[in-house]
Write a protein that binds this ligand. Structure first.
Ligand SMILES: Cc1ncc(C[n+]2csc(CCOP(=O)(O)OP(=O)(O)O)c2C)c(N)n1
Length: 336
């Protein structure tokens, strides 16, 4: 087991320039999309429960550049960042959030149940801890069929206190499943602070009980996150079994949109905002000569236009007709 300090930043493999820009592109997409989602709900144009992933952009962005289109992810209600990083198209995502027929699930899943198999986003769940056993099932299927497909299970720190976490890590280890468990430790579970609900100071320490590598990394450092994901995904793809990655991060807003986040101290929130990973990485790319300000500005503007287009598309699409209510719930008679 290797356990790195969350602040270490050392031993991180540096991704090549194109990959660095790709990580930035995904982060910008997530961040701008989050801003658009909060604005759209606040303006009353769309009513939905919304769980902001703002502050957590690095994690799925640095993970997804290591995944193929064919690889799978299972995520949670706070998962728009994971889905966008994996490639769920904006129009399909927004239409599903708005409950329209053009959405990923024909408008019947809604924001907490987005599924888009074509991009590998198989599960979004509101049941805390349930992304892990389902990821195991997908990984087991990949193993049985002899495919090299890897599945990533994303979940929060509080989910590591649920039975399904422990059962899933145990089984994945015994069966050497091609799965990577990525805990996004944003230091809060709903309105409860991490230290008030979790028996260990690092969730990665729990990996030792299940005979798999466990690592804690700074999930706001793109290079450190990239290196950890790269190693774990390669290990899974090579048939060597699962890894637990604990990615330290901080969510900038309350649990759900509208929550007054009184359980965060002003000081810790200010410190986290001062280290917003998006502007930091943007400045680093320019300072390192990886990209120019003009290139990144163009990339940001292009994303902004795509998001605006997706919102218009979603809000002008039809709601599902009543007949859809019981369709896709049970298999049609005679279907294979
Ligand atoms: C099995 C289950 N228990 C309780 C809840 C209520 N609940 C919803 S979100 C949440 C907190 C989860 O926190 P964490 O796993 O750390 O993820 P985060 O929201 O911080 O991303 C709880 C307890 C639930 N949805 N499912």
């Amino acid at each position: 087991m290797t356990t790195a300090s969350p602040e270490s930043g050392t031993n991180a493999a540096i991704p090549d320039a194109a990959t660095q820009i790709d990580i930035y592109r995904r982060m910008s997409l997530i961040s701008q999309n989050d801003e658009a989602a909060r604005k759209t709900v606040k303006s009353g144009r769309l009513m939905m429960p919304y769980y902001s992933p703002k502050g957590q952009e690095v994690i799925p962005s640095a993970v997804s550049v290591n995944l193929n289109d064919d690889d799978r992810i299972c995520t949670i209600y706070r998962g728009t960042h994971d889905m966008l990083a994996k490639g769920v198209p904006l129009r399909d995502l927004w239409a599903e959030m708005a409950g329209r027929v053009t959405g990923t699930c024909k408008g019947k899943g809604g924001p907490m149940h987005v599924t888009h198999p074509a991009s590998g986003a198989i599960l979004t769940t509101g049941i805390v801890g349930s992304s892990m056993p389902i990821a195991n099932g997908l990984a087991w299927a990949a193993k049985l069929s002899g495919s090299k497909r890897v599945t990533v299970a994303y979940f929060g720190d509080a989910a590591s206190n649920i039975g399904a976490f422990h059962e899933s890590l145990n089984l994945a280890s015994v069966w050497k499943l091609p799965v990577v468990f990525i805990c996004q430790n944003n230091l809060f579970g709903e309105h409860t602070r991490f230290e008030n609900s979790t028996s260990v100071d690092q969730i990665s320490k729990r990996a030792v009980a299940y005979g798999m590598p466990g690592v804690t990394v700074n999930g706001n450092d793109p290079f450190e996150m990239y290196a950890a994901a790269h190693a774990a995904i390669n290990r899974a793809r090579d048939g060597e079994g699962p890894t637990l990655i604990e990615a330290m991060t901080f969510r900038f807003y309350g649990h759900v949109f509208g929550d007054d986040d009184h359980y965060m101290t002003k000081e810790e929130k200010a410190a986290a905002l001062a280290k917003d990973p998006l502007p930091l990485f943007r400045a680093r790319l320019i300072a390192d000569g990886v990209a120019t300000e003009a290139t990144l500005a163009e990339l940001d503007a292009d994303i902004r236009a795509q998001i605006e287009d997706a919102i218009q598309f979603a809000l002008s699409s039809e709601m599902p007709p009543l007949e859809e209510l019981t369709r896709d719930v049970y298999a049609e008679a005679g279907a294979a």
